[in-house]
Design a protein around this ligand. Sequence first.
Ligand code: PMP
Length: 374
Amino acid sequence: MTRIDDLPIRDELRGQSPYGAPQLDVPVRLNTNENPYPLPDALVRRIAERVTEAARELNRYPDRNAVELRTELAAYLSRTAGHHVTLDNVWAANGSNEIIQQLLQTFAGPGRTAIGFEPSYSMHAIISRGTGTGWISGPRNDDFTIDVPAAERTIAEQKPDVVFICSPNNPTGTAVSAEAVLRLYEAALAARPSMVIVDEAYGEFSHRPSLLPLIEGRPNLVLTRTMSKAFGAAGLRLGYLAADPAVVDAVQLVRLPYHLSSVTQATALAALEHTDTLLRYVERLKAERDRVVAELTALGCEVTPSDANFIQFGRFTDAHAVWQRILDHGVLVRDNGVPGYLRVTAGTPQENDAFLEAVRAVLKDEHSLKETSA
Ligand code: PMP
């Protein structure tokens, strides 16, 4: 049998693992930060109408510039994220992962580097590698906030071409202040100048306002967003960025022609018509997140403050063993490899109850928790 290593793959891909959250068939799946609420019936019907219209013209290529969709995404951001943007500021692709890939293809690649502050979203490093970009792992404090002075020093020394700031950060849930972003932006400009990508995939779940207003007058700052989480449309694959129009022009140099199918554009437009309903689900999820935080804390867990639709909790002597025992109770959470911690996505009230019940049972019959560090 031929193995990968028998093929002439690029050296930097040898021995690496693909992104792979387990997709197990268990009753309660709280491991990939999906929105637990299916799209409402009225929206499903609207998608069918819009897609039917699009289907009549599937013999033609889609609008390569996705003008209607970008206009509606700009209107959504202007209405909800505290800063007015237009079509010229917004670009869309198949998931924010593709947006990130396009940004790295444009601003990084062979001979260039990107930095992220870990633990953070693993795809930042994986897409960097896939685009031939060198990866630099930057520091965080023990409480998982970014160590800003250390980050400034690392940026000054290493002069990365791209700086990733994930806020709220996956997997820790930590939000980054505007002040911290500005300090890192200044450091990045002084060092190279580099591009700063603020990944706000979970922005709608945050207690803090969006970092979108920071793009004003800062052409090297890009904000990325997704419809996978707040819009409950992970299956749609629609991500977008907001930035100076020059950034939107720049990514045109690497995007594949007609990358966003007519069906995707039609579906996303239908979902945007139902924004208000979908944002009400976000409010429910935020309340559930806060309830799960309170209950985990009451159970004696250390919980990292969360601005996202998921929660990092611990500290366990053997996090992976606890992950397995929670799974034995029919609940799938995520072991991101952060020592002592696991991550759970906020689900429906019933799913969260099942999760809390499982944690209670696991904690009862063993000394799984570490002594508090404080
Ligand atoms: N950024 C972060 C921080 C994420 O957690 C995710 C999804 N897990 C993404 C980006 C990518 O999302 P998508 O490609 O579905 O838009």
